[in-house]
Each structure stands twice: as structure tokens, then as C-alpha cells.
Design a protein around this ligand. Structure first.
Ligand code: 173
Length: 318
């Protein structure tokens, strides 16, 4: 029912001015409401609405029931929404090099100082008609979770659920990638359509995947990136005080990454308690996996985005 109401609302002009000063921005998340990769953004929304009273208000419509995850980038580009919480992996159709953001795990304070934020913001201005307001989760890695035990890092004969984040590495180690949105992972595992899946270290309990997960492969790899984007026309239409309020809240949001170290430790313990066994093949195999994982991903980014990929690699410094 909710999606019907929302579909109707999409025809209403995106940013609406309630009074001379207060502007209302419509926002969506590519991840389900209340789950790990929406929660920080939801705290950001609360903060903006509290700090911005009379100046700016975010009308948070919700998660994938409003806009399907792989369409969120286009929704912010076309101003169907004013703001989105979304990973670059979900808009590689519009920006192939977005797949490279996961390869930069430097803190945002550093990325803002060394020109990385500026460069990635320019890419968003040009290709996604949006402002790159914030990037979250730089210190949260991904894993491959499996239901079949492997004796070495080799995915031959395994069907593994992916997004662009994991596609190249799964193929490089012999697996068969199957792309799905997060909302389809549970069913794919339950039915045996997939033997495993890529996902960050955090968040697997949110949608009950612990019930259909046996193993977590080590080592952790890459860096999660979930971005807050603002449609560029919306952004340009804001006043200086409104933009400052959003920028200040964006820095606050990026600062929430400092909570993640403790959260990751707790999550690993919770997975162990739920019977999810780590598969660790030792330091040499882990290093070989990581070297290959980064190399195949960079090669893929550079092949698809030859003009911008090398610069992203240089900025990431790996
Ligand atoms: O696995 C995914 O759906 C994915 O690509 C992702 C990216 C960032 C955070 C969480 C999941």
C-alpha cells in the first residue's frame, strides 16, 4: 500500500518550500529502513530536522519499498527525490568508476584534505547530477559468506550472490556470480539458488540471514561506501545557511564511523554465537586473496572508466 501512495507522490515537485525560509527535501535510502546501512543516515535525518527547524526539513520516505535499490542513483539524478542514501555499487550503470570507491579505505577527514572528496564530487556533479554530500563506513570491510565448506580460497562450482562490489573477485576465484538486491538474498539462500553471498561484516542479522548462513570466509576485504547524495539543482537552490547546515551534519555523519570498530568486534562475536564459523586459510592465503581482490577490481574499474579510474587509484594509493 505504502508504495502506491509514494508512487503518486513522485509527481509532486521534488523540493517544496513550505515558507519563505524552510525547504523540504524528499529522501530515500537504498537499504531497508532501520537496517545497518540506513541507520546512520536516519540519525542524520533526525539531526538535520532538529538543528534545521525553520530552515530545512528532510522528509524521509524510506527504503527499497519506495524506490528499488538499483534505481536510487537515477532517482536522485532525475530529481524524483532530492536526497539519497546509496552505495556507488548500485549506480555503476550511470558511473562505472563508482565501483572503485570501495577500494579507498582512508578516513573521510583525509579524503577531504587530499582532494579525493573534491574529485569524487566532480564526478557526481557531472555524471549523477548530484552533490556528494557524505561518505560513510570507510572502516567497515566486506566478506564472502558461504553455506558450503571450502578447503582453500576457490569458489569453483559455487554460485555466489553479488553486486558489482564482489563480482570481479568472485569470478577471479572461479565462482559463478548471481546479482541480486539485498532484499532477495534470504530467499536465494533458502532455496539454494545461491551457495553464498557477499556482504559487509555488519548487518547480516537485520534480515535474518544468520538463519541461512554457515560460514564466513576470511579475510575481510575492501571498504564499504554508502553515500549521501543531493540532487544538484536542489543543492544549488538552497541558501548558504541551508547548505552549511547540511555540510555540518554531513561531517557529523562521517564521524559516526568511529563507532564502527566496536560494532565490528561485537558483530563477529554475535556471528560466532549464532554458529557462523570463520573459514581462515592463514596469512599467506589471505594476503594472496587480498592482492588479487584489489588488482582485479582496479583492472575492472580502469577498463570500464579509462579516463577516471587511474586517478581514483592514484588517490586511493593502493
Ligand atoms: O552487497 C550489497 O548489496 C552491497 O553492494 C553493499 C554495499 C554497501 C553496503 C552494504 C551492501
Amino acid at each position: 500500500m505504502r508504495s502506491i501512495v509514494i508512487a503518486g507522490a513522485l509527481f509532486v515537485a521534488a523540493a517544496t518550500t513550505a515558507s519563505a525560509e524552510e525547504v523540504t527535501l524528499r529522501a530515500v535510502s537504498a537499504f531497508a529502513e532501520g537496517t545497518e546501512f540506513s541507520r546512520s543516515f536516519e540519525r542524520f535525518v533526525e539531526k538535520v530536522n532538529a538543528d534545521g527547524k525553520g530552515l530545512i526539513k528532510i522528509n524521509y520516505i524510506g527504503g527499497p519499498r519506495a524506490v528499488p535499490p538499483f534505481e536510487v542513483g537515477n532517482a536522485v539524478r532525475t530529481r524524483v527525490v532530492d536526497m539519497a542514501n546509496v552505495t556507488g555499487a548500485f549506480y555503476t550503470n550511470l558511473m562505472p568508476e563508482a565501483d572503485g570507491f570501495k577500494l579507498n579505505g582512508k578516513p573521510m577527514s583525509e579524503q577531504r584534505k587530499n582532494g579525493t572528496w573534491d574529485y569524487i564530487n566532480q564526478l557526481h556533479n557531472q555524471k549523477l547530477g548530484s552533490q556528494y554530500l557524505a561518505r560513510q563506513f570507510h572502516n567497515v570491510p566486506f566478506h564472502i559468506y558461504l553455506n558450503k565448506k571450502i578447503e582453500k580460497i576457490d569458489f569453483s562450482g559455487l554460485k555466489i550472490r553479488v553486486t558489482p562490489v564482489y563480482r570481479d573477485v568472485v569470478e577471479a576465484f572461479g565462482g559463478t556470480p548471481i546479482t541480486t538486491a539485498p532484499g532477495e538474498v534470504y530467499t536465494a539462500l533458502e532455496r539454494g539458488v545461491a551457495d553464498g553471498y557477499g556482504w559487509p561484516i555488519t548487518g547480516i542479522f537485520d534480515l535474518g540471514w544468520d538463519k541461512v548462513t554457515k560460514f564466513r570466509m576470511e579475510p575481510p576485504f575492501y571498504s564499504v561506501e554508502v553515500n549521501v547524495l543531493v540532487n544538484l539543482d536542489t543543492w544549488k537552490g538552497l541558501s548558504e545557511p541551508q547548505r552549511k547546515l547540511l555540510n555540518d551534519a554531513a561531517l557529523w555523519l562521517e564521524g559516526l564511523d568511529s563507532e564502527k570498530e566496536t560494532a565490528i568486534k561485537a558483530e563477529r562475536e554475535r556471528q560466532a554465537a549464532a554458529g557462523i564459523q570463520p573459514l581462515d586459510f592463514g596469512p599467506a592465503a589471505s594476503k594472496a586473496f587480498l592482492d588479487r581482490a584489489y588488482e582485479v577490481a582496479w583492472q575492472s574499474v580502469i577498463k570500464r572508466a579509462p579516463d577516471t579510474g587511474p586517478k581514483l587509484r592514484q588517490l586511493a594509493g593502493n
